[in-house]
Write a protein that binds this ligand. Structure first.
Ligand code: FCB
Length: 451
């Protein structure tokens, strides 16, 4: 059985993780420049200063995408390249750089799927409070307008935000990501709320700038799968996936999607976050309908199994000893790709793109000059089989973007983790497609019928 007709097969990256060229083309400083240059923040003291050097090697990247027969490429635009100060003058050189890139993709028959915010906030906005300041949301909408006007007729698919669960959860709660804050739950929710408000204003600005544009968001979060196929376990998993307790709400889908799809902020049981929700200004509540989505992006890596207790309440199942894991240590749970989209589609009724899925492996160049990565092939094969089951069960999934096209700067893990279909030798920038790249091309050519 193959995948639905016109299924979009793609790969994904993000600006700070691949571009380098941080001081070129009039780019402003982002919070990730500041964070990665702060001693002790990133493994090995790595930074994105050069990364995969895609700022210079972009034409090579397009060739790689072409060779894999990819139909679409999800990449992010760096806000500090377009409006270096966060607000104020637009940097024509930045727009021109992405213009050349988008034109090259279109000429190669590859559809651009643009993420507007994959975490590289202009530092100038951080200096004014970053996402704790509602003005950042307004600045984001202006940036989105500039991009959507510029690319009218060339880019149709936009994702406003990538994973607020991480940019806010790791950025403002645990401090593992830029800007590295460890704030209380009320302040974290304030940053969260401003990012969702930003999505709403930006979605409106994009649609006003380009009537044909389609707008989505790319969240991630806890996926719960039923321990067995019993109706009780399925109900328990569904409940656990969307439930919000004080202290565990950041890594869930509902605080991102409920407000913009269902038009209301969810209840967060307990503490300070709920007090912030109760105090949201009317102007910001009124903005919720502007955020309506054309589709949802899901970044899926793993899940947790849930069973129903005797009283029906959900209970997380412990993982068996020796449960398979990827190189970064994330559990391998293909069933995430069946149940995640099923539960999300059930709750929100919108088309879905898998905007990220993949794994890091300890890849290296073998004696024969090739990069053999059977783990990546097996992992992706299993996850795609599960995705097909989810689609057969009714989830309207329209595309799959593998994370990532290239090995790249994995945030606080630096260059330790290799997630690419293409191996990057960082000292030279040389790219070597891994075995999985050839396997992925065959899968695309067969529309998944080979699986
Ligand atoms: C996701 C991020 C992406 C990448 C993968 C491995 O959380 O969106 O940039 O780091 O994880």
């Amino acid at each position: 059985m193959s995948f639905p007709e016109n299924f979009v097969w793609g790969a994904a990256t993000a600006s700070y993780q691949i571009e380098g060229g941080v001081s070129e083309g009039g780019r402003g400083v982002s919070i990730w420049d500041t964070f990665s240059h702060t001693p002790g923040r990133i493994v090995n003291g790595d930074t994105g200063d050069v990364a995969c050097d895609s700022y210079h090697r972009w034409a090579e990247d397009v060739e790689l995408l072409k060779a894999m027969h990819l139909k679409a490429y999800r990449f992010s635009i760096a806000w500090p390249r377009i409006i270096p100060g966060g607000t104020g003058p637009v940097n024509a050189e930045g727009l021109a750089w992405y213009s050349r890139f988008v034109d090259a993709l279109l000429a190669a028959g590859i559809e651009p799927y643009v993420t507007l915010y994959h975490w590289d906030l202009p530092q100038a906005l951080q200096d004014k409070g970053g996402w704790l300041n509602a003005d950042t949301a307004k600045a984001f909408a202006e940036y989105a307008r500039v991009v959507a006007e510029h690319f009218r007729g060339r880019v149709t698919h936009y994702f406003t935000l990538n994973e607020p669960q991480c940019s806010v959860g790791l950025g403002y709660a645990t401090g593992a990501h830029a800007p590295g804050y460890k704030l209380d739950d009320g302040a974290v929710f304030c940053a969260w709320h401003n990012t969702i408000y930003a999505h709403c204003l930006a979605a409106d600005a994009i649609r006003k700038a380009d009537l044909a544009a389609l707008v989505g968001i790319a969240p991630t979060g806890r996926i719960c799968t039923p321990a067995t196929d019993s109706p009780a376990d399925i109900a328990a998993a569904r409940q656990a996936m969307f439930d919000l307790e004080d202290g565990n709400w950041t890594f869930t889908y509902s605080p991102a999607l409920d407000p913009i799809v269902l038009g209301k902020w969810p209840q967060i049981k307990g503490g300070q976050a709920q007090r912030v929700i109760d105090a949201i200004p009317q102007e910001q509540l009124d903005a919720l309908p502007l955020g309506r989505l054309d589709f949802i992006g899901m970044n899926i890596y793993n899940s947790v199994a849930v069973r129903a207790r005797a009283d029906g309440k959900p209970e997380f199942c412990p993982r068996a000893a020796g449960h398979p894991r990827t190189a970064i240590g994330w559990p391998i749970t293909p069933e995430a790709m069946e149940w995640g989209p099923r539960f999300l589609h059930e709750r929100y009724g919108l088309p879905i793109f898998i905007t990220e899925n993949g794994l890091s492996c300890t890849d290296r160049i073998h004696l024969d000059g090739k990069v053999h990565d059977p783990e990546r092939i097996d992992f992706t094969h299993r996850y795609l089989l599960a995705l097909r089951q989810g689609i057969e069960a009714g989830a309207d999934v329209q595309g799959y973007f593998h994370w990532s096209l290239l090995d790249n700067f994995e945030w606080s893990e630096g260059y330790n983790e290799r997630f690419g279909l293409v191996y990057v030798d960082y000292p030279t920038g040389t790219r070597t497609p891994k075995d999985s790249a050839a396997w992925y091309r065959e899968t695309i050519d067969a529309n998944g019928g080979n699986l």
